[in-house]
Design a protein around this ligand. Structure first.
Ligand SMILES: *Cc1c(COP(=O)(O)O)cnc(C)c1O
Length: 377
């Protein structure tokens, strides 16, 4: 039995501390103890838009972008859109000076619809169709990341004007790298400017970047030797880890900046290679903490061993009651973008909050939406 069950009146009086490592930057309690984000009470959003609902704090997204730009003033920061790709996100990050990374024609069209300058867009995915490559090249995207010799040949066949290209490498484990370089070099319109890697996801140890940088600068020096070409960009991908639970480790960006700096210095001196421009592509680290998902506890039951079940999923406080509102922080990345219509449940809306105003960015999916794709019976 919890204190709250003995003194239900305590519920209103208690304002539990919300871990600032997990909750959006603008999270506050109002005078009645309700949790507010962007000066809007989550209860009010749930009342107006229903549940489940994704709430996204615009000021948090902008804050993460600014932090990256402050800590990495000489690097290009590109938001990996697959974490949460909606027009508003693309617009906010562009306004903060970030580029946008897209991994499909769909993401590309959202970025362009949001007004992102095509030259600030990078396309990468591990499978790109000819039509995706053609769409991207015709749109004038800044860079296309190539994975293999066959993809380089495919891109060469659809490009009708100069296209900047990065080659994706798995540091220390590439078999087709030389062939890819040769194919790009021999294509009239393809212009190889750098290398790209993605070291993993949820990386919390900045040292992971050190050996990758050493290997890749070595590869750049090899290309200079073999092809008399000096590559000027090194894209280190994203995968920057953040905390999801209190006490979780997260990637310390200041330490990352130091590791990048030191290892670039080392490797460039060792290879007598000019320092390339660094590109970083965080997705989760920009979007995750801005998002809070609201669920209404639907039904609860307690089983004989004392464990309680509440039908929304995650691990929850034992004193949760039906009708209570549950806010799950850290859900800005890979939640909306990966929601499915499994069980034909309509997908939740996305509501932006800022300065006391809540505005829908994506409306809740309707039964009509679900039926609209049914074209035969
Ligand atoms: C997924 C991905 C990212 C972003 O990963 P996060 O964990 O969201 O930062 C960046 N670059 C590439 C190439 C990716 O595939």
């Amino acid at each position: 039995m919890t204190l709250l069950e003995i003194f239900p009146s305590l519920r209103g009086a208690m304002t539990p501390r919300l871990d600032p490592a997990l909750w959006p930057i603008s999270t506050r309690h109002d005078q009645s103890g309700r949790i507010c984000i962007g000066d809007v009470a989550l209860e009010d959003i749930a009342d107006q838009y229903g549940t489940p609902t994704y709430v996204i704090d615009e000021s948090d997204v902008r804050h993460r972008c600014r932090t990256y730009r402050e800590i990495f003033p000489d690097s290009e920061i590109v938001y990996a859109g697959k974490a949460l790709m909606i027009r508003a996100m693309a617009k906010w990050v562009s306004e903060e000076g970030l580029g946008v990374g897209v991994c499909s024609a769909g993401e590309l069209s959202i970025a362009i619809a949001a007004g992102v300058q095509p030259s600030r867009i990078i396309l990468h995915s591990n499978t790109k169709t000819a039509s995706e490559l053609r769409t991207a090249a015709n749109a004038g995207v800044g860079r296309i990341v190539i994975d293999s010799p066959s993809e380089a040949a495919l891109l060469a066949s659809v490009c009708t004007r100069s296209q900047k290209v990065l080659i994706h490498v798995t540091p220390g484990a590439d078999t087709e790298f030389e062939d890819t370089v040769a194919t790009v070099k021999n294509a009239t319109h393809l212009h190889l400017i750098g290398l790209h890697c993605q070291l993993g996801s949820h990386i919390t140890d900045p040292e992971r970047f050190r050996s990758a940088i050493g290997t890749m600068i070595g590869q750049m020096a090899d290309i200079r030797r073999a092809h008399t070409m000096i590559l000027t960009e090194l894209d280190l991908g994203g995968g920057h880890g953040i905390a999801y639970l209190p006490g979780d480790a997260q990637l310390d960006l200041t330490r990352l900046a130091r590791v990048i700096d030191e290892s670039l210095d080392d490797a460039c001196i060792r290879n007598r290679f000019p320092r390339p421009k660094i590109v970083l592509e965080p997705g989760r680290a920009i979007a995750a903490r801005a998002g809070v998902t609201l669920h209404r506890a639907q039904s609860t039951k307690t089983i004989s061993d004392g464990r309680s079940f509440v039908s929304v999923g995650a691990r929850l406080p034992a004193d949760l009651r039906e009708g209570d509102l549950v806010g799950v922080p850290g859900t800005g990345a890979y939640h909306h973008s990966m929601t499915s219509t499994n069980d034909n449940v309509c997908r939740p809306p996305v509501i932006a909050v800022l300065g006391g105003v809540a505005r829908p960015l994506i409306r809740r999916e309707s039964m009509d939406d679900l039926l609209a794709r049914e074209v035969g019976m």
